[in-house]
Write a new protein. Structure first.
Lengths: 387, 474, 271
């Protein structure tokens, strides 16, 4: 404390001395600066938020002229597009929901923590792959391949789940030592080569099966027997490609929801004598239900708005057809192709903007719903004291 | 105990085996996703990089006695028949009229790989595959091996200095051709190359792909203008999105009254990230291009009307649209970073007599900087891969002028520009010879994926690093 | 029990008053409500200069709220309303003439958990100085050395002034925060349970520091640790449910409390 005696610093040793204060001449300037900056930030922030709001206002404003024209024409023009959008989204979700939810359940509840910390970011990276790349692969590589190997593709859909059951059965029969080296908590990884092998096996065998039982060519059979046309770029291709693009967003959110279910809930159920799967099915899935629902909603929002994949993999035929082997044209794709050519202020222009408005409102509502559900869920877990 | 359980109805055990199947199906879903991702990336990597590898050229003699030279591309099984069919790239469109040839494998009598087969890349007519007979320059003439060496020496010179040379070429079925050297871009004799030379040629091919402009209606050449356009657009976009995104985030998190309204605005902003990109494109076209751009034209560029200056898609409008599109990404990431800063830090600064501005600039913003950077990188990654809105607001399949050049005012915001993603789409779907363009499309796709994944990985690592650093604090 | 508390409340709380020249901080009929819920009710007390005054009371009694009110930290929160006056050296801190940032410089505050900024030790102490005025580097170095010495930290950190402050131990961090506050030369130092997050040895160091500092400035200590209040403070105020129950010299409050309620708390019957 000897240093406190340094004369200029302190006043305690000499109470009569007025303390040598720090001069504070910058005070008014500092306050003015603070006021100005706060004002600017507020103006900027509110401005940005208003600019975002302007999107909705613009879309509504530009579709107002359609009211004068009447809705029959708009319906006639837009309904095939709406149908196409719906068909593409449904096809994508049919593929994405089972795979994404299955992956989420496994990685949240069964997977080893170490593998999970690797796999989760990897799968989330899938989301970053540009739609135009996925569309190219789907439209130019996958579509012709599937056309040539239609029977194999359909066979794969049945064969892969069966082969997984086979893997499970084989695992049961394995001796303990081998089982310990291939633990179930790492199955997500070591099933990859198994699946690859099974795909190869199916591709090798199906031409023979096709030859034997299906009269050589499934496509001809479809055409003759059922009168189904087969377009190279069709709903099935779109479903696979867009499903691929949607899987990561559904997976990521559903996984979060499942991982957030307090472990005490699952353990409690198991303590009551439920098997692991029963505990999950009855407790974890139900508890995380709203979160999973909002994950699916967000996935649906993405599937509805995705442009490039549908544009490149769908053949762009504005058809009313429920066949998975025919193409479609979605609203987003129609906007991308037709809007640059449409004269501003013309009928097509307004109609396409109406399509954009529909997309905007739909995705905005779906996302808001999902977000509200998610927040409510989070609050509920907080009450449960889960982490 | 046993009495109790005796009273319970017997459980239905018939489907019990299903219970043990479900977890396996779930595990397989993960495996399937990983497999698909791996397959996609491998396909892109192999086909994208393999395109630059100097492929061997074959001289094929058919049972009919006819012969041709080409590069085997792929084989497929013949429909309805036994046997396979093979696709050859034969080049020589000026002589044969076609560049591709399907041959049934059974019809091939003999395949050889003679070392003297060469492949020339030319600006009109595309590739030539055949033999080099001689080079003529003025009255000088080189033949055989000397001609090949002379050709390589000449190709190293700039184009202006090889105007006066002529190549004498023959195809494998005996037709001859005089080819001016000025139109030749490169020459290879892949069958005579050693492995090391092939690696070298591969590296050169990759470099030329990255550094040259496209040729032959985008079916060959490089993607340099597209890379340049993408990067420039993304830079402009980040310059616009960063300050506004950060400003909005600071306002929402630090200044706005934290009430019901702020919560709704926050949810709204979050949800805008889920609005399809094409909707932003529509907004950009209607408001920026037709609205603001049209007015600008009327006020300042009325002498050039009706041809629009700013009233059509261009670099400025594209980057503005993408800035709007990525605004939610930056706002959300920055807000997350701001919310993560302990209140104690803010109070500590304020308790020392700092004003709010001083607290923000000296404590809060430096601490939130990595989060902002993460947001901007994620925004860039999203913008780099986004194509749909660009189709409405200013991307071009082939931009005659770069948006940045030596001409005043150097940065031409009104010009159209090329973009990797759109280049990919256009080449793959609107090219005249898609078959020839596909290898290049693969390479472009690989490049695009690499850029986007690298950006995302950077963001992930940054965030991870940030969380760990924050974890050490307590 | 409740009845006894209530009866104690109705009688006028005994309050020690100081002559104006000895009084540094005086709180006059001060009430504060947080989102409509009253947190402080009609407090009146004065804090003597160059002494350590401890606020004790069960958690939620409003002692931290009072401390934050003296620093006007509630300004950041819009849902806080107050009435009455707090006078610093005779000047109302809510007066329009009073500059908030200047007030906060004069009234330093140390929080429960150490909150060093994510910068070097040197920069942490220099932070407040840089806000106030430009000064030559030598003078700033001198003040920093003096502040760190006053906080009994100089010897431990003089060789690593430019290392991150987050590398220090918890006790060192808390002393760094005190040094950071001392550097801007406050008149009053408010300490909000400064040792509650620390180990016993660090706690002792902080307590010793508090005793030493009172020769230089006025200290107000909030603590829920009765022994600590008895060890370091000269005067003790007992708050309960936002009200001042008893205030007087520490010896008297601890050995011979005037009210039953105070005794109940000190002997551990109210927690």
């Amino acid at each position: 404390m000897a240093r406190c005696l340094i004369s200029w610093v302190w006043f305690a040793n000499d109470p009569d001395m007025t303390p040598p204060r720090l001069t504070t001449h910058r005070q008014p300037l500092r306050l003015i600066k603070d006021r100005v900056a706060t004002g600017l930030i507020t103006a900027g922030g509110v401005g940005v938020l208003l600019a975002i709001l302007a999107i909705g206002v613009f879309l509504v404003w530009e579709t107002l002229p359609l009211l004068a024209i009447g809705d029959t024409l708009a319906m006639a023009k837009l309904s095939p597009l709406a149908w196409g959008t719906l068909k593409a989204a449904v096809a994508a979700l049919l593929f994405a929901i089972p795979v994404a939810l299955g992956a989420a359940i496994y990685s949240a509840l069964f997977m080893s923590a170490r593998l999970r910390s690797r796999i989760k970011p990897t799968l989330e990276m899938m989301e970053a792959i540009p739609g135009v790349v996925v569309g190219f692969i789907a439209g130019l590589i996958l579509a012709p391949w599937v056309e040539r190997h239609l029977a194999s593709t359909l066979a794969l859909i049945i064969w892969l789940p069966l082969s997984v059951g086979l893997a499970g059965l084989a695992w049961r029969l394995m001796n303990k030592k081998l089982r310990r080296r291939l633990p179930f908590s790492w199955a997500g990884l070591w099933l990859v080569p198994w699946l690859a092998l099974m795909v190869a096996l199916a591709l090798w065998l199906t031409p023979w099966i096709e030859q034997q039982w299906l009269g050589g060519d499934l496509r001809q059979l479809l055409d003759q027997r059922f009168g189904m046309d087969y377009a190279t770029r069709n709903a099935m291709i779109v479903g696979i490609a867009m499903g691929f693009a949607v899987i990561p967003s559904i997976y990521s959110l559903a996984e979060d929801a499942l991982a957030d279910v307090p472990t005490s809930l699952i353990e409690g159920a198991q303590a009551l004598g439920a098997s692991r799967w029963q505990a999950l099915w009855r407790v974890a899935l139900v508890a995380a239900g709203p979160g999973i629902f909002s994950a699916v909603m967000i996935g649906a929002g993405r599937a509805v708005g995705e442009t490039m994949i549908v544009l490149m993999a769908s053949g762009n035929t504005a058809l009313f057809s429920a066949s998975p082997f025919e193409g479609m044209r979605s609203m987003a794709a129609a906007i991308a192709i037709e809007l640059p050519e449409a004269a501003p202020g013309g009928l097509t222009y307004h109609l396409l903007i109406l399509a954009a408005l529909v997309l905007f409102i739909f995705t905005f509502l779906v996302n808001t719903l999902a977000e509200i559900v998610r927040q409510r869920l989070r609050r509920r877990y907080r009450h449960l004291g889960g982490s | 105990m046993s009495e109790l359980s005796a009273n319970l109805p017997p459980r239905r055990d018939r489907f019990r085996w299903l219970n043990s199947l479900w977890p396996w199906l779930c595990a397989a879903s993960v495996a399937l996703s990983v497999l698909m991702l791996a397959a996609l990336l491998t396909l892109l990597a192999v086909r994208g990089l393999g395109h630059f590898w100097p492929a061997s050229l074959e001289e094929v003699t058919l049972r009919s006695g006819e012969s041709f030279a080409g590069q085997a591309v792929r084989e497929v099984t013949l429909p309805q028949q036994e046997g396979d069919e093979r696709l050859y790239f034969t080049g020589n469109r000026d002589i044969d009229g076609a560049r591709w040839r399907w041959v049934a494998v059974d019809e091939i009598a003999r395949r050889t790989q003679p070392a003297d087969l060469i492949r020339l890349e030319r600006t009109p007519w595309g590739d030539f595959i055949g033999r080099l007979e001689a080079i003529e320059q003025h009255d000088q003439r080189w033949e055989g091996e000397a001609a090949w060496q002379r050709l390589n020496a000449l190709l190293a010179l700039p184009i202006s200095q090889r105007q006066d040379s002529q190549l004498l070429l023959t195809t494998t079925n005996g037709e001859t051709l005089r080819q001016p050297l000025a139109n030749v871009v490169s020459a290879q004799a892949p069958n005579a190359m050693s492995a090391w030379q092939k690696v070298h040629a591969w590296g050169e091919g990759v470099w030329r792909f990255l550094s040259e402009g496209p040729r032959a209606a985008n079916t060959s050449g490089g993607v340099w203008p597209a890379i340049f356009g993408t990067v420039l657009m993304v830079i402009l976009m980040s310059v616009m999105v960063t300050p506004f995104g950060v400003l909005a985030a600071i306002y929402l998190n630090e200044i706005a009254h934290q009430g019901r309204l702020t919560r709704f605005v926050r949810i709204g902003v979050r949800n805008l990230a889920g609005v399809p990109s094409i909707v932003y494109g529509v907004f950009g076209l209607g408001v920026f291009v037709y609205g603001i751009g049209g007015s600008l034209d009327e006020w300042f560029f009325s002498d050039t009307l009706p041809s629009p200056t700013f009233g059509t898609g261009g670099l400025l409008w594209a980057s503005l649209t993408l800035a709007l599109l990525t605004l939610p990404v930056v706002i959300v990431a920055t807000e997350e970073g701001l919310a993560r800063i302990p209140e104690a830090q803010r109070e500590g600064a304020v308790a020392l007599g700092a004003t709010r501005l001083e607290m923000l600039t000296r404590i809060v913003l430096p601490m939130a900087a990595p989060a902002m950077l993460t947001g901007v990188i994620l925004a860039i990654a999203r913008a780099a891969g986004e194509v749909a809105p660009l189709m409405l607001v200013g991307v071009a399949k082939l931009a005659p002028q770069m948006p940045l050049d030596g001409e005043f005012p150097y940065l031409h915001l009104e010009r159209k520009f090329m973009h990797l993603g759109y280049h990919l789409f256009d080449t793959a779907f609107h090219g005249e010879d898609v078959q020839a363009a596909i290898p290049l499309v693969y390479a472009t796709a690989l490049l695009l994926v690499l850029i986007v994944l690298t950006l995302n990985l950077t963001a992930i690592f940054l965030r991870h690093y940030l969380r760990r650093q924050r974890g050490n604090e307590c | 029990m409740l009845a006894s508390l209530h009866s104690a409340h109705t009688s006028q709380a005994p309050v020690t008053h100081f002559a104006a020249d000895r009084c540094c901080l005086s709180i006059d009929h001060f009430s504060l409500a947080y989102a409509g819920k009253p947190a402080l009710r009609d407090l009146t007390l004065s804090v003597p200069r160059h002494r350590v005054t401890a606020f004790i009371g069960p958690s939620g009694c409003g002692k931290s709220t009072l401390l934050r009110a003296i620093n006007r930290l509630h300004d950041l929160n819009e849902s806080v309303a107050h009435s009455g006056h707090i006078l610093l050296e005779g000047q109302d801190i809510h007066d329009s003439q009073m500059n908030v940032t200047e007030l906060r410089r004069r009234v330093g505050m140390v929080f429960q958990t150490p909150n060093p900024f994510p910068m070097s030790i040197y920069e942490n102490v220099a932070f407040g100085l840089r806000l106030q005025q430009r000064m030559p580097k030598r003078k700033r170095d001198d003040i920093i050395e003096w502040a760190l010495t006053s906080a009994a930290l100089w010897d431990e950190v003089k060789d690593r002034l430019h290392r991150s402050a987050w590398q220090l131990s918890g006790g060192q961090q808390q002393r760094l925060v005190i040094a950071r506050t001392l550097a801007v030369q406050p008149d009053v130092l408010l300490l909000d349970e400064p040792a509650s997050a620390l180990d016993p040895i660090s706690t002792l160091k902080i307590e010793e520091l508090i005793r030493n500092l009172k020769s230089q400035l006025t200290l107000v200590l909030v603590t829920h640790n009765m022994q600590q209040a008895a060890r370091v403070s000269d005067y003790t105020a007992f708050l309960h449910q936002g009200e001042l129950v008893e205030y007087g010299p520490t010896d008297q409050v601890f050995t011979n409390p005037r009210l039953q309620r105070t005794e109940n708390y000190i002997t551990g019957r109210i927690t």
